[in-house]
Ligand binder design. Sequence first.
Ligand SMILES: [Zn+2]
Length: 406
Amino acid sequence: MIDHRRLGRELELFVSDPLAGAGLPIWLPAGAAARHAVEAYVHELERRAGYQHVYSPLLGKRELFALSGHLDYFADDMFPPMRLSPDDEFVLRPALCPHHALVFRARGRSYRELPLRVGELGGMYRAERSGVLGGLSRVRAISLNDAHNFCALDQVGEEVAAILALIREAHAALGVRPAGFRLSLRGPGQRYVGTDEQWRRAEDLLREALNGVDVVEAPGDAAFYGPKIDIQVADPAGRESTLATVQLDFDKPEKFDLSYTDSDGGRQRPVMVHRSLVGSMERLFAHLIEAHNGAFPPWYAPVQVTVLPVDPEDPGQAAAADRLARDAVALGLRAERDGGGSLGSRIRDTARRRVPYVAVLGAREAADGAVALRLRDGRRLDPRPAADALALVASVVATRSAALLP
Ligand SMILES: [Zn+2]
């Protein structure tokens, strides 16, 4: 049974220290390197799709979350407010939506700006009970790939369809296998904001966007402000979880009195689409670690190339190895010189850490400026000029292929 907590320890991706607190994992350099590569990719994917990125604080005034409805409907999932003075109370945010509503409201908006897509990889906090916490799959500090797309009502269908296409693209690059779509609706025993009319309209729009897609309905799983599409993924054991989601919200634009000027000069209320392509970095990596058994595709492997001189005591080999590692780093690759020890133990160490490419050089290769690549899957390539070997690795990385060779 593959367990991301055990692999996280073995591969030194993250650590959960009781002194820091349960559900508050720390990303170690290897995990942070992989996460950074994924974040940069998602940021670029969104930028090309017309998203504008912002930064907003983890902490906000109590009134902000009273206005958004979180304090009324979501308080059980939030940390208690912090009081600086009797009329100055702050909360750790449980969601980014209120801040992004303020981005929309930062100045007057015209219909020409819509859809306005506000993106952020932002932190938020959930007061999960300590009993349910474990590794990265359930945490209290969450780094969410989030965006809020403000649309005119007649743009919603197309916008949701475009988001679903982006989700497919991101999941394919990450090597995530979709397991199905879920339409999460209102259900009994839960409290919701908004009118029946708003909910019906939002459900109709989501059903339209899902046109033709097989979908399982999940009554009771909607957000408190609107229905949503959840894109399920399955781990190797077949357990399903949600990474990506698309939610429709008519309520917050009203609460925050958001409006834009339409082509006739009148004021219109936008619709707010909450969406995440890959979910939180924590839950995403809990899934990726297990789905790939720690052997990430080269483009987000923590170390892509380990340079391994057969005899590190030989000055010629040591110098050639240093040069190759430096050249690889200069080329934008994550590369390292191996640590030392017997040749066998060094090769075993790179295999244990799932390094996709090991660049081996002995006396002859060092003299020739050549290197022999050993691939993570056991394949060995003939010695070739060092620059060619690095170009080969860089080309695989650039295409974000899961395969180790072009
Ligand atoms: Zn939101």
